[in-house]
Design a protein around this ligand. Structure first.
Ligand code: BGP
Length: 487
């Protein structure tokens, strides 16, 4: 069998970043405060031991809102993409990227979220950015909401628990669709919409302390999620109306679970986790709340308040494609007591003895990507888009300035191989955007030194550094992959 893996013509090779982790310039040109600007870290003992300081109480939020510095808030700094994007895009063009996935910060367009008139300076920034991309032959893939929302909407309305936020989001979408209709043809509604279950504040603007008991938080989370589902459906509708020919997708965190053993109880445990992971695409692609989730709500006493027309909107305005992130896989067991766990990371779970771990304890599993693609495609039969995949690792800059990252090349190569396998199986794939194509602030730990980039950025966890950009070995490797349209 030939080992050469050639991808379909027009396959969109690319990279991915997000506004809140890259732009910085948190208080520039009229930008409002966002939930991402609240994210800080607690430093504990040393390397890799920065602990996320979750915003869960009003007290913590008040402190963060009053703090006007970016000292303890790495996402406020980002990598200064806001000012350095021409240089960054020049590197990406050199690499041959056909697309770049990025997000619009809602707070640049509507600083508070509920204004009647958008902020022109914010709109103008994305005009310049998209023009620069298009001029360099890089197609924008734009996420409307990537882990951030205006803080004002959190404080005045309760984040996505409020129905009114749907209207504000629709206003924001209408504005950006109209403004960028000649520049952006690929859109994504909510980044990792399933994440609200794990991170209510980041994804939903929900401050858990305001709800008291865990059950009430859960009730709030699913109500907020319903509002996001509806907002996503309305964004699909608007996008199709305003930008003929555009494609707009949903976005899922792939959380593939394997059974710990062939004991049917373990198989069932894995099945349930996998089914739950697909609940989010069932709503956004099939347009229904599936039976298994209705049962889950019933068992938990969760009741979703729906407005007239919600069910119809969900059913009618489904996603054009499914985009997803894939980093690792998991293990499920009916009885997890006594089993070895993966530690030192935010993903957690039972250890899979067959898989190596990243430096952050994420289980590296390329075949899991193929399985994910097969599962999604067989279930929904619409195109897939791999919009996040990559390895977070410590990198070392050698004296001559070189950065040798064979571990990252291995990771990317082995995952791209599996995408190719899926394509041979008939799975339709629009493209692949490697996460953190340029080093940026980690979402989960707010660290800078958890690096995903193929382009290095000289900045440490505390914000020290020249911000100078450098090509890593993986840069040259990916450039070859793209030039050859495959491996
Ligand atoms: C996804 C997010 C990204 C990104 C990535 C890597 O969940 O959509 O924003 O950061 O994970 O995660 P981390 O930065 O925590 O390593």
């Amino acid at each position: 069998m030939s080992t050469q893996r050639i991808f379909p013509d027009g396959f969109l090779w690319g990279g991915a970043i997000a506004a809140n982790q890259a732009e910085g310039a948190w208080n520039v040109d009229g930008k409002g405060l966002s939930t991402a600007d609240m994210a800080t870290y607690k430093r504990n003992l040393g390397k890799g031991d920065y602990k996320k300081h979750n915003a869960v109480s009003d007290e913590q939020l008040k402190k963060a809102m009053e703090d006007k510095s970016d000292q303890d808030y790495p996402k406020r700094r980002g990598i200064d993409f806001y000012h350095r994007y021409p240089e960054d895009l020049a590197y990406m063009q050199e690499m041959g990227l056909r697309t770049l996935r990025l997000s619009i910060a809602w707070t640049r367009i509507y600083p508070n979220g509920d204004e009647a008139v958008p902020n022109e300076a914010g709109l103008a920034f994305y005009d310049r950015l998209f023009d620069e991309m298009l001029g360099r032959g890089i197609e924008p893939l734009v996420t409307l909401s990537h882990y951030e929302m205006p803080m004002h909407l959190v404080n005045q309305y309760g984040g996505w628990t409020s129905r009114e936020v749907v209207d504000f989001f629709v206003r924001y979408c209408t504005t950006v669709f109209n403004r960028y209709k000649n520049k952006v043809k690929y859109w994504i509604t909510f980044n990792e919409i399933d994440g609200i279950v794990r991170h209510p504040f980041t994804n939903g603007g929900i401050v858990p302390d305001r709800f008291g008991e865990a059950e009430q938080v859960e009730q709030a989370v699913y109500q907020a999620l319903h509002h996001q589902f509806v907002a996503s459906a309305l964004a699909v509708k608007l996008c199709h109306e305003i930008i003929p020919g555009a494609q707009i997708g949903c976005m899922l965190t792939s959380l593939l679970h394997y059974p710990h053993t062939c004991n049917p109880q373990d198989v069932l445990a894995a099945h349930k986790n996998n089914e739950f992971n697909l609940f989010f695409t069932d709503v956004q692609v099939r347009g229904i709340y599936p039976g298994y989730i209705q049962r889950f709500f019933k068992d938990k006493g969760i009741e979703i308040a729906k407005a007239e027309g919600d069910d119809q909107a969900l059913r009618k305005h489904t996603a054009d494609f499914i985009s997803f992130s894939y980093y690792n896989s998991f293990v499920a067991s009916a009885e997890s007591e006594g089993l070895e766990k993966v530690s030192g990371n935010t993903m957690g779970g039972i250890k899979n003895p067959h898989l190596p771990l990243s430096e952050w304890g994420w289980q590296i599993d390329p075949i899991g990507l193929r399985l994910t693609m097969s599962n999604l495609y067989n279930r929904y039969q619409i195109p897939l888009y791999v919009v996040e995949n990559g390895l977070g690792a410590y990198d070392k800059v050698e004296e001559d300035g070189a950065i040798h990252d064979p571990y990252r090349i291995d990771y990317l190569r082995s995952h791209i191989e599996q995408i190719h396998e899926a394509i041979l199986d008939g799975v339709e794939v629009i493209g692949y955007t490697a996460w953190g194509i340029i080093d940026l602030i980690s979402y989960s730990s707010s660290e800078m030194e958890k690096r995903y980039g193929l382009i290095h950025v000289d900045q440490d966890n505390d914000g020290n550094g020249t911000l100078e950009r450098r090509r890593k070995d993986s840069f040259y490797w990916y450039k070859d992959v793209i030039r050859n349209n495959g491996l």
